[in-house]
Design a binder for this molecule. Structure first.
Ligand code: NAD
Ligand code: TDX
Length: 329
């Protein structure tokens, strides 16, 4: 199995999950180790995997690695919406050209591909409805990030239909858990508190996300690898929707601080209002169930992980906050 982006948040958790629960796989990782990739996330399993530092846009390298693999699980991407607003170029490159490069290698060598995507490709939902995205919701991305993820999904689907490659896709809601970069919402707030700064809430904090533990995302991906149908798309999500304000208040409470001890900062341009996935298909067809049913407990464990692993997140914290300061957030 070749895992692209295996030194990032979800990819590294996927590598650990795979070695723990599916020892039948030999795991190789292809990761450029951008600012978001972290070799330390794979430190404890370094002798059980092959880690290749390289670019998914490097056609010769990708060809060589895919030729040796039966299966490619594709997590590698530029993943942060705010960064895509300030500098979209790496998103077009890694998310579109990178996925294209992998698809061509998969086509040449007949490997199977599972493509990891996001609910953001569908755009957003109104705050005052109970509507949910389904596998057939039309694509309507808002940000450069989600537009390039939407484009990469389209490329995978076209390669399935036109070239008959064996590929599946999944679109998951927001993930939380250990090993997530401090630029993202939950770790940013937790590490702000741990460094004596206040959490930062964009706009009114009314935007809603569906929070899914990273290990539940990864168990869903393994079910798709085992039982998913070729060419199919599966939506993944816990069903637990919360406003950003609720999450900040919960984090503050879990960390022993007053619930209103946060700053409001200017809103993200084009900020998607609400995401929510209808996960009937993966639940009924594949029998998937999230194990982390209690968000509060999952967040408490995540807070503990950041408390205990300052060595892991501290080196990137100041640079991340200096980027936010430049953006006024
Ligand atoms: P991340 O930013 O933490 O990790 C991305 C990894 O990809 C990093 O290790 C980085 O070094 C690597 N990478 C980037 N460009 C590369 C390139 N050109 N070649 C090789 N490696 C490269 O991201 P994440 O949060 O772990 O997200 C992983 C995937 O899951 C992405 O495809 C993302 O769109 C998707 N996703 C994320 C979430 C979420 O909540 N984080 C939700 C749904 C879907
Ligand atoms: O400091 C902050 N304050 C704040 O209010 C940050 C960093 C974010 N926010 C808000 C913006 C969003 O409404 O919190 C919400 C979550 O923000 P992000 O962590 O940036 O996630 P989001 O934009 O929702 O995208 C995430 O989920 C879908 C991932 O980063 C994507 O990779 C994934 O595809």
């Amino acid at each position: 199995m070749l895992v692209t982006g295996g030194a990032g948040f979800i990819g590294a958790n996927f590598v650990h999950h795979t070695l723990r629960h599916h020892p039948e796989y030999e795991v190789g990782v292809l990761d450029l180790l951008t600012y978001a990739g972290n070799r330390n996330s794979l430190r404890t399993v370094a002798d059980q995997i092959e880690l290749h530092q390289g670019d998914i846009c490097d056609a010769a390298l990708v060809d060589r690695l895919v030729a040796r693999s039966d299966l490619v699980v594709h997590f590698a991407a530029e993943s942060h919406v705010d960064n895509s607003l300030s500098d979209p170029e790496p998103f077009v490159r890694s998310n579109l050209v990178g996925t294209f490069t992998l698809l061509e290698a998969v086509r040449r060598h007949g490997a199977r591909l599972h493509h990891i995507s996001t609910d953001e490709v569908f755009g957003d939902l109104a705050l005052d409805t109970t509507d949910r995205f389904t596998e057939t919701t039309p694509y309507d991305p808002s940000s450069p990030y989600s537009a390039t993820k939407a484009g990469s999904d389209m490329l995978v689907r076209a390669w399935v239909r036109s070239y008959g490659i064996h590929a599946s896709l999944s679109n998951c809601a927001n993930n939380y858990g250990p090993l997530q970069h401090v630029e993202k919402f939950v770790p940013r707030q937790v590490t702000n508190v741990l460094t004596g700064a206040r959490p930062k809430l964009y706009g009114g904090g009314v935007n809603v996300r569906e929070w899914t533990h990273v290990d539940d995302h990864n168990s869903a991906v393994h079910l798709i690898l085992e039982r998913g149908r070729p060419g199919e798309t599966y939506l993944i999500g816990s069903g637990d929707e919360r406003s950003n304000r609720q999450i900040v208040e919960m984090v503050l409470e879990l960390m022993g601080l007053p619930r209103d001890d946060y700053d409001r900062v200017p809103d993200r341009p084009g900020h998607d209002l609400r995401y929510a996935n209808d996960t009937t298909k993966i639940r009924t067809e594949l029998g998937w169930r999230p194990r982390f049913a209690d968000l509060r407990q999952g967040l408490a464990a995540t807070v503990d992980w950041y408390r205990e692993n300052e060595w892991w997140w501290r080196p990137g914290k100041e640079l991340t906050e200096s980027r936010y300061r430049r953006a006024g957030r």
